[in-house]
Design a protein around this ligand. Sequence first.
Ligand SMILES: [Zn+2]
Length: 291
Amino acid sequence: MAGLLPARPCCQLSELLGVYFGSRGRLLGSPLGRSAYFSLLRNAVARKVVRLGRAVGRMEAKYQAVKTRKRMSFFIELALPADLVATFSQPPVQVVPDAACDRKALLRGLFLGCGSVNAPNTRYHLEFVAPTPSWASAIARLIESAGVKAGIAVRGGQSVVYVKDGDGIVRLLSMMGANRAVMEFENVRVLREVSGEVNRRLNFETANIGKTIGSGMRQAAAIEQLEADGKLDRLPPALREMARWRSKHPELNLGELAGHMKLSKSAVNHRLRRLQQLAKPVAPKQERRSA
Ligand SMILES: [Zn+2]
């Protein structure tokens, strides 16, 4: 979910706003202009913010990774074009868009900014730790407009929007494009129904998932570039098939991809490297600017 960018500029902006408000982003001022400041826990999300900023308004990004005793933090500062400053200082009621595509993108961004899902022993649980009470109501309304029941609770002084019903969680995750999470979650549900002894936790902050998504995302971006340059169709079938799999599943690791494609890990690795090399010469940055 942290991997691919939405295709349309309206959705890109909505997703960026979702991450910004969800992660309690702040507006900074300097003599050179205003910038949006993000403090994030996952590198994959941080990189997505940088890519979204470029796509939305060619925003320059400062990126900093800081290791604290317990975990990594990622700080991003996006230089805002003057016409976007007002958009980043709106109250939630005004941020929530009308178009279905943008409501979905906003919710995905909010989830990347403050959401998590897990399947602990006793019950299924998806939640957003909302930045403010008014954001909590806005998030609950977005969820309910997707036909899923949401509740709001106050925990440690913070408003938490939660969804408990398993079908609702699956519907929300697939709506937000969290393929891997949906698969694993459904897996957990099936296992639990069969054996009742599953205790698997799916946390979006899991370092391994972040790492896999990181390299998968770079590969998917390279493939996006090949496609944008019209090169993809001219590649040999084996590479085209590889590209199809990777862009559909940026979240899978090498072994999982190899399993799905019935290939060896080294063959998959070789093809992915080849795709990245092919994307490079004309596109040193590997990122498409569509703004
Ligand atoms: Zn849109």
